[in-house]
Ligand binder design. Structure first.
Ligand code: FE2
Length: 261
C-alpha cells in the first residue's frame, strides 16, 4: 500500500509524499457544534463523557485534560474508544462516513512507519491495544480583550500523549516545534500528510525516539482563524502495558502522561 511512501525526517518532525485529505466534512461538523448554545455544548464536555480524552474543551477552561486556560482554542476530541452515539449530532455524519476509513489508512501508515523506524516488534501491541482519537481544534480570531493580555503562544508547547500524531489533512501555518538543538521552527502551511512521535513512542522505544515538543504561535494577522485536526494513536484504556519502568493499564498511562503538566 505504501511502496512509494517517502518519509522526510526534519529533526523529529516527519513529512510524507501523501497528498493531504480534505477536511471539509469534519471542519463543517466542528463549526456546527461550536455554534450550539453553551449549555448544549457542555453536555459533551470532556468531564461529562469521562472516556479517555473524548469531548469538548473550551477556551479559558481551567480543568481541561488537554489544554491550558491560556490556550486560545476550542477543541473536540472524537475517538473509536467511545460508542459513536455518545458524540453530538453534528459529528455523526463524519463518524459514519469518513472516520472508519481514515483510521484504516492511519493504521496502515503507522505500521509502515514503525517498520521503517526499526520497531516492527511493536506490531502485536499495536494491533491489540492501540486505538485512535482525533482532536478537532478551532482557534478563533483574537479579539480586543485577548489583545490586551500579554501572550506569546496560541497553543503552549507540549508533547502529545500519542504514539504518533498524524495530520491527515496537512497543516495550517503557525505550527512550531523544537529541534534537538533547542531552536524553534515555525512552519508555513503544508499540503501533505505530516506526523511526529509522541510520549508513547518515547516510552516504548526506551527514549531512542523522542516525543516532539510543539505548539502554535500567534498569527501576524490577529483576525485570522485557524483549524487543525490531529489524529493520535493511543493505548486503549484497558490495555495491558509494560515498557521500561512503566507497568500498568492504558488509563494508568494517561495519568502518567498528564502528571508531566
Ligand atoms: Fe499537540
Amino acid at each position: 500500500m505504501f511502496q512509494d511512501l517517502k518519509l522526510h525526517h526534519r529533526d523529529g518532525f516527519i513529512t510524507t509524499n501523501i497528498p493531504a485529505l480534505k477536511d471539509s466534512k469534519l471542519r463543517a461538523a466542528l463549526q456546527r457544534f461550536l455554534v450550539l448554545p453553551l449549555s448544549k455544548r457542555m453536555k459533551y464536555s470532556q468531564k461529562k463523557l469521562e472516556v479517555a480524552f473524548d469531548g469538548y474543551s473550551y477556551m479559558g477552561q481551567t480543568d481541561s485534560l488537554n489544554q491550558y486556560d491560556s490556550d486560545l482554542l476550542h477543541s473536540f476530541v472524537l475517538s473509536d474508544i467511545s460508542d459513536q452515539e455518545n458524540f453530538p449530532q453534528p459529528f455523526q455524519q463524519y463518524l459514519s462516513q469518513e472516520f472508519p476509513e481514515q483510521l484504516l489508512l492511519i493504521r496502515e501508515l503507522e505500521k509502515e512507519i514503525l517498520k521503517r523506524l526499526g520497531f516492527s516488534k511493536f506490531n502485536i501491541f499495536y494491533e491489540n491495544h492501540v486505538s485512535h482519537m482525533v482532536s478537532c481544534n478551532f482557534y478563533p480570531e483574537l479579539t480586543n480583550s485577548v489583545h490586551n493580555i500579554e501572550l506569546s503562544e496560541r497553543l503552549s508547547y507540549h508533547t502529545d500523549v500519542s504514539l504518533f500524531s498524524i495530520f491527515l489533512f496537512g497543516l495550517e501555518s503557525g505550527f512550531s516545534y523544537e529541534k534537538s538543538s533547542g531552536d524553534k521552527v515555525v512552519l508555513d502551511s503544508i499540503d501533505e500528510v505530516v506526523l511526529f512521535p509522541g510520549h508513547l513512542m518515547e516510552l516504548m522505544s526506551n527514549g531512542k525516539i523522542k516525543a516532539l515538543n510543539h505548539g502554535v504561535v500567534l498569527p501576524e494577522n490577529r483576525m485570522e482563524q485557524r483549524f487543525s485536526f490531529a489524529f493520535f494513536s493511543l493505548p486503549k484504556p484497558q490495555a495491558n502495558m509494560q515498557f521500561g519502568s512503566f507497568k500498568g493499564s492504558g488509563k494508568d498511562y494517561y495519568k502518567q502522561y498528564l502528571n508531566q503538566f
